[in-house]
Design a protein around this ligand. Sequence first.
Ligand code: GLU
Length: 470
Amino acid sequence: MSQGPRYRFAPSPTGFFHVGGARTALYNWALTLREGGVFVLRIEDTDESRNQPEWTQGIIDALAWLGIEKGHPQFEGPYFQSDNAAAHVEAAMRLYAEGKAYFCDLTPEQVQERAIASGKQGYDGFSRDRGLEPGPGRVLRFRVPAGETIVHDLVRGEVRFENATIEDFVLLRGNGSPMFLLANVVDDQLMSITHVVRAEEHLPNTPKQQMLWEALGSPAPTWAHVPVLVNEQRKKLSKRRDKVAVEQYREEGILAAAMVNYLMTLGWAPHGDTEIVPWQRIVDEFRLEDVNHSPAFFDIQKLLAFNGEYIRKMTVDEFIEACAHVLSAAAAPWPADSFDPAKFRAMAELVQTRVQVLADVPSMVDFLFLDAPTVDDTAWAKATKDDWAAPLLNETVAAFATIVEWSAPELKASLEAITEARGLKLGKTQAPIRVAVTGRSVGPPLFESLEVLGRDVTLRRLRDAVARLG
Ligand code: GLU
């Protein structure tokens, strides 16, 4: 086993893989790589009612997509918490044998009644000294010692907890099954974890877990709790309200490198004046001590901007390859046999500089592959509202029909001549042509688009437009 630090990521597979989980995993991964340690993936699958195998596979796949992959020499796992149930129970019974835990036969309702009667929240230690043996329906509770628990947290500094405010918490349920707090600690001990870097929501668990570590005979690991992610209303990102699934961003054409870079900057920034930096620099510079304490805004617009930058960093060939998925027959809006890779290649560079996500690509080039693109009515009304629109379209059809070499410069010169003769600006006169031919008011540069589309189709669509204007 490596002598370096041992980090871990311990997700519960209860849904799609959350971007917050992905950030936590990446923080652990970056530290593992820089410090020459090990990254353990442990699937916390003990809540059988909520776990589903496909969520587990989703996490494993999404991590691999982000570059945290089985097969890397510093990656270990995945381990499954459910495989260790016997060890969890054994650890709990050891605490019982040593007097550090005790059984209690109160039902949850009785615990509640006593709390109401005494006016004090939580469990009151009723069975601490009753010497109960294990038995059906009896829960095992940890005997919280007197004093204070000081958690040294690399992000939050020293956090102090008065033990008197912590109830004797449950380790084993009445049916004998281990609780999360216990299972999580026992697994970390079994896996020789030295650093627990996880979401801030677990900070209230930490004093309890630190006591458990000590009661079980080992010094607690180094803790770090990273701040939550919030949406634009500064509310904690929730899977019901917000778009949080890594899988969904991937589907929509966010690039893994952009996602990784963006997630790392939530609560942290690389040195220097740009946040868009290669992964190796992140690995070299990332420190938990520099992570901000306040909640981090998960800004989808900023993620898109990062993605646009990453798209522009690709070579054209890489871009074309990356587009294969969104241009595939299953995803694209045109009939499968009408896609022409040569036409797409001819437009690729112009499209590459104009999209933020790969999912935007099909709508930029669909006019090339659809028989007759649907014309956006609002765009058409706007582009043809001036009196000059109909005569200009007429003249353009006639002029384009005489062009000898069908090329962007020739097309431009031709429309320029018509535009100037009418005392107009090319910025305006392109609009009706663009909407007539592509169906939309925005897209890649017009003349290059017409060149690639070809003479026949362009003229046909312009004639249809003239007819439509009457
Ligand atoms: N399984 C826990 C969760 O997904 C993580 C616990 C931990 O990181 O310690 O929230």
